[in-house]
Design a binder for this molecule. Structure first.
Ligand code: ZN
Length: 502
């Protein structure tokens, strides 16, 4: 490669280093930082983020990109060099479309809205949150107008989280899903529920932690290139391909919380640890979209972690870890309990079947907010009507309703759909993995995950951002995003638990 590309690479790495340093500070903020440091840390983070943004929008990078672009002409578009120039150009052009004033206004208003949201939720006072959310929405719409592209404003917002995805496609796929899912949940809700009361009793936190660590090691999480800690809200973060960290939250009175959050975050981390090592320190060393990221976390949490095959191997160990609580609980009873389906008010506590209804409701509402069809002050009524329609429930308070999620206060509008897009992609990918690895279930029963991980590495992980989510999906499965495989998976799995579902 020529000097132009080498200069560009060096320059981009320096931006990446600043971003990674900010991410280390953010990780520390959520895990070990003493509370007294909050203000100083906010200042340090603002400095690093501003510096990274300035470098990335500097006039010099435009020149470097143009020179490098001529050097990579004619190369395979999927090559490291051509991909880096393409992705950097796209990111750079998008960053330039947002004026520094708008970026600063968004940072300020979301900082305020986040605090207002906390208070409003605690006091169940939606009215006090209205002016803050209105301001965030106004600026989000300005952002969408500045970014442009697509057929509608929501397309520009969606593209921030799921590059290449459009509102029309989400609408079509979600409609296909909803048409089957709403009646399916109604049928399940009428059937006798599995008993899951034994999951809610004291489970020693240390023992839960140790069990989770063993699961992490066995699924292939690399502790030489990562670590697990505890935080209030579990997350995964990557400072380099050689340092991908996760956190978990352990609830001493509810066994599944810690266990499945560990597996979920492990799925995210396996993706990041599996990116081609040659992409280190560049924009390519990241998941290609939030939806594809979520497909990996959900695959390990649900398709693997909540499967009968998985517990055929792990349940005896879990019983030995918690003999007082589980020695009289049969494996099948445990399996049914961790897969209990029950329409509920709170998204983050929802089971894998009803979860997507929560997401679809948020998609409909935020789309209406952005295109002007719904006013912020009318949100609670629209929320409650949607909950009734989708889940047959009415929240008794806004705190358990429209105020439950932090996302909108942060300006993360266009984010929610990626949860369900990821769920659908996880089923598409897993169906193909089952076909490609003929004895995958037997391997999981034997506690072996290596072949599955290698399959995901080859088809998803290693590509980083060189390929779009839809290209990865098409190459791996031969298909565009669709709800059918997930609906097949759910019907089959839950027919065995609840009796035939149509
Ligand atoms: Zn996730």
């Amino acid at each position: 490669m020529g000097k132009g590309f080498a200069d560009l690479l060096g320059y981009l790495r320096s931006v990446n280093d600043l971003t990674a340093a900010a991410e280390v500070l953010e990780w520390d903020q959520e895990t070990y930082m003493p509370s007294g440091a909050a203000e100083a840390r906010a200042r340090q983070l603002a400095t690093l983020r501003r510096e990274a943004h300035l470098r990335f929008t500097d006039g010099r990078i435009g020149m470097l990109l143009r020179t490098a672009a001529t050097e990579v002409e004619g190369l395979d578009p999927l090559s490291f060099e051509a991909s880096l120039v393409r992705v950097a150009m796209r990111d750079h052009e998008k960053a330039l479309r947002l004026s520094p004033d708008l970026v600063a206004a968004i940072a300020e208003s979301t900082g305020r809205a986040r605090n207002a949201w906390r208070t409003a939720r605690k006091e169940d006072d939606f009215d006090s949150f209205v002016p803050y959310l209105e301001r965030v929405l106004e600026l989000t719409i300005q952002k969408a107008e500045a970014l442009g592209g697509g057929d509608c404003l929501y397309d520009a917002l969606l593209d921030e989280f799921e590059p290449g995805m459009t509102t029309n496609v989400v609408h079509r796929v979600f409609s296909e899903l909803r048409a089957e899912l709403v009646p399916l949940v109604q049928v399940i809700a009428e059937r006798p529920e599995p008993d899951d009361s034994f999951l809610c009793q004291p489970f020693d936190g240390r023992a839960q932690w140790d069990f989770g660590m063993e699961v992490l090691r066995e699924v292939g999480y690399d502790f030489d290139r990562g670590r697990q800690d505890v935080s209030a809200h579990p997350f995964s973060t990557s400072f380099s391909i050689t340092d991908v960290r996760i956190t978990t939250r352990i609830d001493e009175d509810h066994l599944p919380s810690g266990l499945f959050s560990t597996l979920h975050e492990a799925g995210h981390a396996l993706y990041e640890q599996g990116i081609d090592a040659g992409f280190e320190g560049t924009l390519l060393a990241d998941g290609t979209s939030l939806g594809m990221h979520e497909s990996q976390s959900r695959l390990w949490e649900n398709q693997v972690g909540r499967s009968r095959a998985f517990w055929k191997n792990w349940y005896a160990k879990l019983q030995r870890t918690f003999p007082d609580q589980l020695q009289d609980v049969e494996r099948e009873a445990f399996y049914r309990a961790i897969n209990k389906v029950s329409p509920s008010l709170i998204r983050v506590e929802a089971d894998e079947v009803t979860y997507n209804l929560h997401v679809m409701l948020r998609f409909e509402l935020e789309r209406a907010l952005v295109d002007g069809g719904l006013r912020v002050r009318d949100l609670p009524a629209a929320w409650n009507a949607g909950m009734e329609e989708y889940l047959g429930l009415q929240p008794e308070s806004n705190a358990d309703g429209v105020l439950q999620d932090i996302h909108w206060s942060l300006g993360a509008i266009g984010y929610f759909p990626t949860y369900t897009l990821g769920t659908l992609m996880s089923a598409q990918l897993y169906e193909c993995a089952l076909e490609a690895l003929s004895n995958l279930e037997e391997q999981i029963v034997a506690g072996e995950f290596q072949e599955l991980l290698m399959w995901l590495r080859a088809h998803v992980h290693r590509h980083g951002r060189t390929m779009s989510a839809s290209d990865i999906l098409r190459n791996a499965t031969g298909s565009f995003i669709t709800a059918s495989p997930w609906l097949r998976y759910v019907r089959q799995k839950y027919s065995e638990i609840y009796g035939p579902l149509r």
